[in-house]
Ligand binder design. Structure first.
Ligand code: GLN
Length: 499
């Protein structure tokens, strides 16, 4: 059962081969035996899960219900669920109980899906390795000495290790796609505004987007139909109706009989700035070469293109994201939310000690950078300049999307690294992990990371498909077509339980 796709689980539940309570229990048992090795969940919620599962079974006895009714899932711990602890990976919110439910989780609950618990993450989603979490590093199921990537490391590890069929995640600069590529999972960073940010703890509001991590493109597509959609409580929420992604995949399946050339006519752009042989690890380069050949066999045309300004993406991101984070994190003052230092002489000391003790090193570093970026003397030189370059990067993408339909590139320059090996004292090296993922956040465009091979040591490799605004349906089609003729995404890690 734990290897079943969402469609198979849906059928098993509909055919009464298994009840939601039984299925949920299966996953809870697996979590109980494996989570201490992986540290993927910060807060398992078994009682809540079994109660939701019981209600799903009751509902199914009388009605048909949503396609994903009764299927277990798990949430990144920056999504609020009323009455549940929501930590955002921080001591600051270590015992914060959410007073309301995020739009995303409301949608999940109204489909009747079963939240198993809250997943580990880098503190306030700042990081690329899950090592900044107050609740400890998450271990990569493919090699327990390595990181699963971040900041959605808990989501990626849980899905990869089959502790949950699917999970929510969030991506501000690559936090869905980078962990997807480190753990052999599929991750979509949707178009900005496609998924409501209501009840999502903010990091950098103009970049943050909730998406999904799953084991196949089809699973991610099915789940995205649940969480995408307009919400009037988020002023940046798009009003377009959500396409039926799964129906699009089915039409693809029907046309793919014609000699397997299901991507006939598709134009795939290859950004020369992302295909720099010495800029990415050799096995990733080789895997991408193979993927290009596969896409050609499927009928796609590969077109070399150029995005001249993307080399500035990381620099632009590390001006804009910390500036927004500085503002978003000002609310954690020890008064209104979260942690308050136990001893202080006066109000000023209460503020400073609460923030000094409540936040970790990386979060403080971002707050300091953000504070500096918004000072009178640096605002024009850095912040305004960064916004202008952000526009140039977006213009690059808009231009190339007149010549091609989607872009292909690596998700990351390296594969999963050892815990502690990319020194936390060397933030720049850590920041460069997101060199290929950040552009999609700066432009608001969607991007999908999917498995495309393994290194000789058996570490997963991911590749990224990027498209213009609201091209999710196309990205899913292209990714699904690739997964129809490759088996990478079906490989499961062999986790040895550690005591
Ligand atoms: N790694 C990037 C950062 O640390 C992106 C994080 C994210 O996407 N949430 O900011």
């Amino acid at each position: 059962m734990i290897e079943s796709s969402l469609k198979e689980l849906s059928k098993a539940l509909a055919d009464k081969k298994i009840s939601s309570v039984e299925l949920t229990q299966l996953y809870l048992d697996r979590m109980a035996s494996l989570n201490h090795s992986l540290n993927a969940f910060i807060t398992p919620t078994p009682e809540f899960a079994l109660e939701v599962a019981r209600r799903a079974d009751e509902y199914r006895a009388k009605n048909n219900g949503h396609r994903l009714l009764g299927i277990p899932m798990a949430n990144k711990d920056n999504l609020l669920i009323n009455g549940q602890r929501t930590t955002c990976g921080s001591r600051m919110l270590g015992d914060f109980i959410a007073p309301y439910t995020s739009h995303v989780v409301e949608s999940i609950l109204s489909a009747g899906m079963v939240p198993l618990g809250k997943l580990n993450m880098d503190e306030f989603a700042m990081g690329s390795s899950n090592q900044t979490s107050y609740f400890g590093v998450v271990r990569n199921p493919w090699d327990l000495t390595r990181v699963p990537g971040g900041s959605s490391g808990g989501s990626a590890a849980a899905v990869s290790a089959r502790l949950s069929p699917i999970a929510t995640a969030s991506d501000t600069g690559g936090s869905i796609r980078q962990p997807a590529s480190f753990t052999n999972t599929c991750g979509l960073k949707p178009t900005y505004g496609l998924v409501s940010r209501y009840g999502v703890i903010a990091f950098a509001s103009s970049l943050d987007q909730v998406g999904a991590l799953g084991r196949s493109v089809e699973d991610v597509a099915l789940f995205m139909e649940v969480i995408a959609g307009h919400d009037s409580r988020d002023s940046t929420s798009l009003s377009q109706p959500v396409a039926s992604y799964v129906a699009a995949l089915e039409t693809l399946a029907n046309t793919s009989h014609s000699g397997g050339r299901s991507l006939e006519g598709l134009r795939i752009g290859l950004p020369k700035e992302m295909f720099v042989e010495k800029g990415i690890d050799a096995p990733i380069w080789a895997a991408l070469e193979e993927a290009k050949a596969t896409f050609s066999r499927l009928g796609a045309t590969l077109i070399p293109i150029s995005l001249p300004h993307i080399s500035h993406s990381v620099a632009v991101y590390y001006v804009i994201a910390p500036a927004e984070a500085f503002s978003n994190l000002a609310r954690y003052d020890g008064v209104r939310y979260g942690y308050r230092t136990p001893e202080y002489a006066d109000l000023q000391e209460m503020y400073t000690k609460s923030r000094a003790e409540g936040f970790g090193e990386e979060v403080k570093r971002r707050i300091m950078i953000g504070t500096y970026m918004l000072t009178e003397e640096s605002f024009n030189i850095y912040y305004i300049q960064a916004q202008k370059v952000r526009r140039l990067i977006t213009d690059d993408f808009n231009r190339v999307f007149t010549e091609c339909d989607v872009l292909l590139g690596p998700s990351t320059p390296i594969t999963a690294f050892e815990i502690g090996s990319v020194a936390m004292e060397d933030p720049l090296q850590m920041y460069l992990n997101d060199i290929f993922t950040i552009p999609a956040n700066l432009t608001g465009m969607p991007a999908l990371s999917i498995p495309c091979g393994f290194t000789e040591q058996g570490l997963p490799i991911g590749m990224q498909l990027m498209g213009p605004l609201l091209s999710e349906e196309l990205l899913f089609k292209v990714g699904h077509a690739y997964q129809q003729v490759t088996q990478w995404h079906q490989q499961a890690p062999n986790i040895s339980v550690q005591h």
